[in-house]
Design a protein around this ligand. Structure first.
Ligand code: ZN
Length: 87
């Protein structure tokens, strides 16, 4: 019985991650993260990602060292200095 509950629990988790990966939600896993800033093209740090806030530490993502824009792990712009959008 315990095995059945454990199995249900883990297969549910796998489904959530699978769905998140396909639909690009925060639960998904990005196997090909963006290597450069989508806005200015500045390369992100190769090996050591330094989270700038708790959301980045928890869910992944990057902050551009040049334009200071924030991105989620899928490379979607989620905030930061957006003055460049009004140039
Ligand atoms: Zn940038």
């Amino acid at each position: 019985m315990e095995m059945l509950i454990l199995l249900a629990f883990f297969s549910g988790g796998v489904l959530v991650i699978l769905h998140g990966t396909l639909k690009k939600t925060k639960w998904g896993i990005n196997f090909h993260p963006s290597k450069i800033c989508p806005i200015c093209g500045t390369p992100f740090p190769k090996f050591l990602r330094r989270p700038q806030n708790s959301a980045q530490a928890l869910w992944g993502g990057n902050t551009c060292s040049n334009c200071e824009a924030h991105f989620d792990k899928w490379g979607h712009y989620i905030g930061g200095d957006d003055s460049h959008l009004y140039d």
